[in-house]
Design a binder for this molecule. Sequence first.
Ligand SMILES: C[S@@+](CC[C@H](N)C(=O)[O-])C[C@H]1O[C@@H](n2cnc3c(N)ncnc32)[C@H](O)[C@@H]1O
Length: 280
Amino acid sequence: MTRQNASNADQIEYWNGKAGENWAAQADRLDAMLSPYIDIVLSAAQIASGQRVLDVGCGSGALSRAALAAGAGHVTGVDVSGPMLALARKRAEGRSDAEFIQADASVWQADGKFDRLISRFGVMFFADPQAAFANLRAQIAPDGRLAFVCWQPLSRNDWAVEPLKAALSLTDEAPTRPEPGAPGPFAFEDADRTVGLLSGAGWKDATAASWTGKMRLPGDTVDEAAAFAVRMGPAARLIAEKELDSDKVFQVVRSALAAKADTDGHVRLDAAVWIVTAQA
Ligand SMILES: C[S@@+](CC[C@H](N)C(=O)[O-])C[C@H]1O[C@@H](n2cnc3c(N)ncnc32)[C@H](O)[C@@H]1O
């Protein structure tokens, strides 16, 4: 790791531990599930041919490679996770137009300026998001643009609620509720706050547009979708936190998802994201 902000230590440990390893191991499935958001980010980013693009919290690099396919001249992916970056580098082997750097994006400084900052669910983990966005703005050219997607509140995201509700039926203990805005997948659920953070960090014309739709859980069967939901996401966090029996959780999650499955066996559930854009 080149530079890091000490207050991001918990997240850095998290993304270098089991979570990062799981994300790398499940990358193909995750990329299939999250593929709709690639076009959404790229269309909001308005990348012109040959531009230099920064992908923040790039993970295994799916969005970075898509940006190149969309005409970017060069992409730099920055992420704290060793396991996910290893996969990103492997997937981009032999390319001279992509590089992946292990660094805390909240304090990392580039050698030159980028034309675009993009991210697919990679900017919600900073302990001090306003300072992080100010640092990131300093890496972007004066006429540059930012576009990222982040989750709307948990309650609007059935893909997360349904497995979580099922898992919660196995414990009397309430799940630990993070403080509103605390680093995590739903840190930017409040669009007004996110826009305020960006404006406070010096970004201009910050906006958040709502996107809602169905998201298909990975797998061709309910069993596969349930196995995925038990391994990744909020239900997996609950299993770890409460030390629940994952086989029992699998059974209740499978029943819950079976009730929601389409006739083709696929599980498509409501998802809601903010599409956030701003000018440097
Ligand atoms: C939900 S994952 C999304 C990964 C990827 N963008 C994707 O769509 O597949 C969040 C990513 O943010 C990264 N991340 C968390 N905190 C970070 C930080 N301070 N600097 C850079 N990356 C960070 C994690 O390591 C992880 O790869």
